[in-house]
Design a protein. Structure first.
Length: 468
């Protein structure tokens, strides 16, 4: 049984030549808002938060490497141009031991197979990556697991001896899955916390990688509260000790994000990788800068409609490839352009209401913005921002009043409304851009707040009013 299936069951049970170009550094810095009494270190509603899969155990005692630390920086550099310098957080998957899901509950050694040749240790290479990525509007942090325990871990004997594994009613250790050919056992959050092991793991990781405090964020994979019948414990009691762990991370200066949305973490956890737990009323009740998500996992629910009405981000992780092949660029460009500009734009507005039902719903926002599900249209008053898969959203994270233009429809001429913020602008400059740089696509006249642009399919463009 794979991890997604296990999680699903648990959730159900538990209730190119360069010309003059805009400056990519014309970006807005994170605003660090205080929301619901929780001062997050990042504004996740305006940050592309994603993961990068580096390696996994090869089953022979070594590591199957997908992306090294050096290759990771090259990808980060290229996507920074592709994404117009949007603030980014990238959590590294498989950075430890021999890769993903290896040797938990320990996470105290960096995977040696990922290091640069010029560094003495893999730890030096990882710290180098975390520092260098900041040049590209990117915070690099880690994907860890605080739930699983494997019998090949350096901490296994200690965790069993000190009763830190949850138990079934017959007293046997609770098994929650099998990964890398090993059984994963559920850590008992209450005992781990009360005996100081939660705190020990956090403190030891921060000593290993001091740059984590600068990153100010950590991602916890598959973090689920399950009952421990053998300890006469409910999932609710375990969840209470999860919250204690979050507050401990916070006291050390880090936000905690998680794989799955947990309603009892609202105001404590700012972002979930899979945001399936929210229903329509939740979106209207809880602002995006309090709790948001990267995407809606179709393996758990088919409710993609909420992703369009309220915006959804790009996962990124399934798309990354090493720089030897560039097919990932086309796939990522499409995924990012059809999701993230709308996501960030809607997150910058106040959610007001949803009118209608089913496929006829329209989500209403401040500034007279409406998102219509039936015809896949987003508009502000009478000006179209999206019609199906042709988009023209303001890049709200930048300071140059520009707007992103993209279509996956055939090559041809497309008509666009200019943003209200452009006032009486009479002309614009259009740029075509890729991860390798920008290229001017010429100047275009604006007439009656409308312009027509000749576009190539699946190509990213950026339009800036000429007075900028």
């Amino acid at each position: 049984m794979n991890k997604t299936t296990w999680i699903t069951i648990t959730l159900l049970v538990c209730s190119i030549g360069m010309q003059a170009q805009p400056d990519i550094d014309a970006t807005k810095r994170g605003r660090g808002k205080t929301v619901w009494n929780q001062p997050y270190r990042h504004d996740y509603s305006q940050t592309w938060t994603t993961k990068m899969f580096l390696s996994l155990p090869d089953g022979k005692g070594g590591s199957d490497v997908k992306i090294t630390f050096e290759q990771a920086l090259d990808i980060i550099r290229r996507i920074d141009t592709l994404t117009l310098g949007v603030p980014k957080i990238i959590y590294l998957v498989g950075w430890q031991y021999n890769g993903h899901d290896d040797k938990y509950p320990a996470f105290f050694e960096v995977n040696r197979a990922l290091k640069r040749t010029e560094d003495a240790t893999a730890e030096e290479s990882l710290r180098w990556l975390m520092r260098e990525a900041r040049k590209y509007h990117t915070t690099v942090s880690l994907h860890i697991n605080m739930t699983d325990a494997y019998d090949n871990s350096p901490l296994w004997t200690e965790y069993v001896t000190n009763d830190l594994i949850s138990k079934n009613s017959d007293g046997s250790l609770k098994v929650i899955g099998e990964y890398n050919g090993l059984k994963a056992h559920q850590i008992n959050y209450r005992n781990e916390w009360e005996r100081g092991y939660t705190q020990m793991r956090i403190d030891r990781l921060l000593r290993l990688l001091p740059e984590l405090k600068d990153a100010a964020t950590i991602h916890i994979d598959a973090w689920i509260a399950r009952p421990s019948e053998g300890h006469n414990e409910s999932a609710i009691m375990e969840a209470d000790h999860q919250r204690k762990a979050v507050r401990y991370w916070n006291a050390k200066g880090l936000d905690v994000t998680s794989e799955y949305m947990m309603d009892y973490m609202t105001g404590l956890v700012p972002l979930a990788w899979h945001f399936n737990g929210f229903v329509q009323d939740d979106y209207l009740r809880v602002p995006a800068d309090v709790y948001t998500g990267v995407g809606i996992n179709p393996d758990i629910t088919k409710n993609a409609a909420l992703g369009f009405l309220f915006g959804t981000s790009s996962y990124g992780e399934p798309i990354w490839k090493t720089p030897e092949t560039d097919d990932w660029i086309r796939v990522l460009t499409k995924d990012f352009m059809l999701k993230c500009p709308q996501y960030f734009y809607l997150n910058s507005l106040k959610r007001i209401d949803v009118k209608g039902t089913g496929e006829n719903r329209i989500a209403l926002y401040s500034h007279n913005v409406g998102v219509s599900l039936a015809d896949s249209v987003v508009k502000r008053q009478n000006r179209i921002l999206r019609r199906k898969n042709t988009v023209s959203f303001p890049a709200v994270w930048r300071n140059d009043a520009g707007m992103i233009i993209y279509t996956d429809e055939p090559d041809g001429k497309y008509r666009f409304d200019i943003p209200f913020d452009w006032g009486d602008a009479q002309a614009l400059t259009l740029y075509r851009y890729t991860p390798n740089g920008w290229q001017s696509a010429g100047k275009i006249r604006i007439k009656d707040n409308v312009f027509v642009a000749e576009l190539k399919s699946e190509t990213a463009y950026y339009a800036v009013p000429s007075n900028q």
